[in-house]
Design a protein around this ligand. Structure first.
Ligand SMILES: Cc1ncc(COP(=O)(O)O)c(C=O)c1O
Length: 382
């Protein structure tokens, strides 16, 4: 059956990227590789909106989060981890695993972090670092990153940002927003397979790095930067993913970042309107709803595992379940990366048919009609 992958990562890869992945290997110590890496770093800087460093590590996003922590902190350093879901919690756990003195400021799942409360927490107990999640993939919340980062800076904390599922779907400006370290992951809106993490580092983070005593080797910023300055890497790079990255950067350049943000917002709006037309409860605070994915609460009396099975087996549409305590209490539709309006319409049609098949009282066509109206309105506003 033809299948449509609508989970919040890994996301579908464009044909252009898939073809690039299967290119023959090259000598990673030769001139061809050196030119490729130069091109990629220049492209990454454009997407991160930074004139400072962006490093590439062959690892999943979690590796990038570990790099951010281990390169800027020492054991015992006070850290404030702002969590709004499962991935904020992971960031906190990493800092704990490396011996930081972590204090959590946890907001309810489905809510965004409140910058005022973050400021209060920092005033109460100063922190060397503030850990922030840009887009929380477990709940479908987009935090107000510029406001949160500003509060961190005002209190003298180094701002470390997980934007693994945020960047490209949502605006992020590493320099203008004064974000000390930002971590991204290739399998999200970047449209390439899992396996690369990109980390931007601004001067204050480099200063912190000089003092930071946590153990590191594979993810050592200095080792990677010194190598990259010679257009090299300290170990064998993940060549296929880098070939894919070249294509995805070209596609982003063609679409334009602003257009990408608008597309993601439009698709997210259509999903939310479609789900609401089916009478489904949206999980995230609408004022902070993510452009990358939508989390939907369980409709009364509907078994979500069965719903997802029907979508997958009868319609070829793959969506994600919830995470942690919400595993069977919500489902998540990813709409980041290489996703078009037609994918949204197909997903909502399949969702609607599956739900009606399970006895949910919805009007056939209601979700698709609502989504199409939302898309048309967004087009008219543009
Ligand atoms: C916000 C966020 N942080 C961290 C991660 C972990 O990334 P990875 O699974 O690539 O290690 C993810 C992955 O879904 C994520 O969405």
């Amino acid at each position: 059956m033809k299948s449509l992958l609508m989970i919040p990562g890994p996301t579908p890869c464009p044909d252009r990227v898939l073809r690039a992945l299967s290119q023959p290997m090259i000598n990673h110590r030769g001139p061809e590789y050196m030119a490729l890496q130069r091109e990629l770093i220049a492209g990454l800087k454009r997407v991160f909106r930074t004139e400072h460093d962006v490093l590439i590590f062959p690892a999943s996003g979690t590796g990038g989060l570990e790099a951010a922590v281990a390169n800027t902190l020492s054991p015992g350093d006070p850290v404030l981890a702002v969590t709004v879901g499962a991935f904020g919690e992971r960031f906190a756990e990493i800092a704990e695993a490396f011996g930081a003195d972590v204090r959590r400021l946890a907001f309810d799942w489905g809510q965004a972090a409140d910058p005022g409360r973050v400021g209060e927490a920092l005033a109460e107990r100063p922190a060397r670092s503030l850990l922030l999640t840009h887009n929380e993939t477990s709940t479908g919340i987009l935090n107000d990153l510029p406001a949160l980062a500003r509060v961190g800076r005002e209190h003298g904390a180094l701002v470390l940002v997980d934007s693994i599922s945020g960047m490209i779907a949502a605006d992020l400006q590493a320099d203008a927003w004064d974000l000390d370290v930002v971590v991204a992951g290739s399998q999200k809106a970047w449209m390439i397979p899992p396996g690369l993490t990109f980390v931007s580092i601004r001067p204050r983070a480099w200063e912190a790095h000089q003092q930071a005593r946590m153990a590191r080797f594979y993810f050592d910023f200095t080792r990677m930067k010194r190598s990259m300055e010679r257009d090299q890497t300290p170990y064998t790079p993940a060549l296929p993913q880098l070939f894919g990255l070249r294509e995805s950067l070209a596609m982003l350049q063609e679409e334009g970042l602003e257009a990408s943000f608008r597309r993601h917002a439009r698709l997210a709006g259509a999903v939310r309107r479609g789900a609401a037309a089916l009478g489904l409860p949206l999980f995230a605070d609408p004022a902070h709803a993510s452009p990358a994915l939508t989390a939907v609460g369980a409709p009364a009396g509907i078994d979500l595992r069965e719903l997802r099975r029907r979508l997958r087996e009868q319609h070829g549409v793959v969506i994600a379940g919830g995470q942690g305590a919400y595993q069977d209490r919500l489902f998540r539709i990813g709409h980041l990366g290489y996703v078009a309006e037609s994918d949204i319409v197909a997903t909502l049609a399949a969702l609607e048919r599956s739900l009606i098949g399970m006895g949910w009282g919805a009007e056939p066509g209601a979700a698709v009609a609502a989504a199409e109206r939302a898309l048309a309105e967004a087009e008219a506003d543009a």
